[in-house]
Ligand binder design. Structure first.
Ligand code: SF4
Ligand code: SF4
Length: 328
C-alpha cells in the first residue's frame, strides 16, 4: 500500500516534475567502502558501471538541453574507468555546465587515485562529501574502521588545492544520522561542524547538508534485522511536513542509472521504479522538450524526504520551528 500517495491526496497535494535543472547520473555501484546506511548497496565487488558508449549518449542528450547542473553519484563515481572522460566531456559543452561530484573522500587517498583531487580542482568541480560526524567513533561505526582519519586527510588535501576556500571550488559536507532518527537542525549542526573541524584539524568547508536516511537498501536491511524498521517508518510518517513538497529534489532533477535508464530520483532508481514499468526507458529516448509536468512515482520511502525539515540532495528543505521539532 502506498501510504505516501494517500497522504498527498489527503492533503490535496500532487507531486509532478517541473523543468529539469539537474541531471543526476549514478554512474555505478562500485565503491571502495561498504557503509551500513548505503541505499545503493555499493561496494568493491559491484560490477555495474557506466560504459564510455553510454556516457557519450548521455552527454549528446544533455547537449540538446539547457540543464545547467550535472550531479555525478554512485557508488564512488570516481572509480569508473571513464570518470575523467565524463567530466571533460561535460566541461567542453557550450553553454558551460556546472559539475558536482558526490565524493566519499577516502577515494582521494586510494592507490591509483593520487591525481584525482587535482583533476577535480582543475575542472572546477563542486564537491559534496560524506562526513556523518566530526568524531572518529561515529564515522567509523557507520562507514568502517579508519574512514574518519582518511576523510580528515582528504579534506586537508582538498583545502590545500583550494576546495572550500576558492569561490569557484565549493566544498560541502553531508551529514546523515548514524541511526534511526531525524537529523538535527542543519544550521546549528553546520556551526558545530565548522567550529570542531577548524579547531581540531584546521579544515574549512562551505555548507553542511543534513540528509535523512531513507528506509531502503542496506539501511532498511539493518533496521529490519534489529526489529526497528516499523518504529522508524512511524517516526517518518508522524513527522510528515507538507511544506517540504515544493522543494523535493525529484521535482527539478532527472535521475539516470548506469545503463542510461531514467528515474525520478536516485532512491526510486535503487528500488527499480522506472518511468515505464514494462522496460527501461533510456534518457536518449526522451524528447528534452517533454520532461515537464510528468507525475512522479512515489512509495512509502518518500516519507523520508518529507519528514521534519525535509531532505534532498541539497540538505534540509525548510526550516522548522523549535516547538514543532519537539514533536519528533
Ligand atoms: S554510502 Fe557512499 S561511500 Fe558508502 S558504500 Fe554507499 S556509495 Fe559507497
Ligand atoms: S524518494 Fe524523495 S525524491 Fe524520490 S520520489 Fe520520493 S519524495 Fe521524491
Amino acid at each position: 500500500m502506498n501510504r505516501f500517495a494517500d497522504r498527498l491526496a489527503a492533503e490535496g497535494l500532487e507531486l509532478r516534475h517541473s523543468r529539469p535543472e539537474i541531471l543526476q547520473v549514478n554512474v555505478g555501484k562500485l565503491c571502495n567502502l561498504t557503509c551500513r546506511h548505503c541505499h545503493v548497496n555499493a561496494g568493491p565487488r559491484r560490477k555495474e558501471i557506466m560504459t564510455r558508449a553510454t556516457i557519450d549518449r548521455v552527454i549528446d542528450w544533455l547537449a540538446k538541453t539547457d540543464i545547467a547542473i550535472v550531479d555525478l553519484t554512485g557508488g564512488a563515481p570516481e572509480m569508473i574507468p571513464d570518470f575523467r572522460y565524463f567530466g571533460e566531456r561535460v566541461r567542453a559543452l557550450e553553454p558551460r555546465r556546472h559539475i558536482i561530484d558526490r565524493c566519499n573522500l577516502t577515494i582521494l587517498l586510494e592507490p591509483g587515485y593520487e591525481e584525482l583531487a587535482a583533476f577535480l580542482a582543475r575542472n572546477r568541480v563542486e564537491i559534496i562529501a560524506s562526513m556523518p560526524c566530526y568524531s572518529a567513533e561515529n564515522v567509523d561505526a557507520q562507514r568502517g574502521d579508519g574512514v574518519f582519519d582518511a576523510s580528515i586527510a582528504a579534506l586537508k588535501l582538498l583545502n590545500s588545492l583550494g576546495h572550500g576556500l576558492d569561490v569557484d571550488l565549493p566544498l560541502h559536507l553531508v551529514y546523515n544520522p548514524v541511526g534511526p532518527f531525524l537529523p538535527p537542525p542543519q544550521a546549528e549542526l553546520e556551526a558545530d561542524f565548522k567550529r570542531e573541524l577548524a579547531a581540531h584539524f584546521g579544515i574549512v568547508f562551505n555548507k553542511l547538508y543534513t540528509i535523512t536516511n531513507l528506509p531502503i537498501g542496506r539501511f532498511a536491511a539493518d533496521l529490519r534485522h534489529s526489529g526497528r524498521l516499523d518504529e522508524y517508518m512511524d517516526l517518518l510518517i508522524n513527522a510528515f511536513n507538507p511544506a517540504t513538497i515544493e522543494g523535493l529534489m525529484c521535482r527539478n532533477t532527472m535521475s539516470v542509472g548506469w545503463r542510461g535508464e531514467v528515474y525520478d530520483c536516485d532512491f526510486n532508481q535503487q528500488l527499480g521504479m522506472q518511468w515505464e514499468n514494462s522496460r527501461p526507458l533510456f534518457l536518449w529516448e526522451i524528447d528534452p522538450e517533454k520532461t515537464e509536468d510528468r507525475p512522479i512515482m512515489t512509495g512509502n520511502h518518500c516519507f523520508g524526504c518529507t519528514a521534519g525539515a525535509g531532505s534532498s540532495c541539497g540538505g534540509a528543505i525548510v526550516q522548522v520551528d523549535r516547538h514543532l521539532r519537539g514533536r519528533w
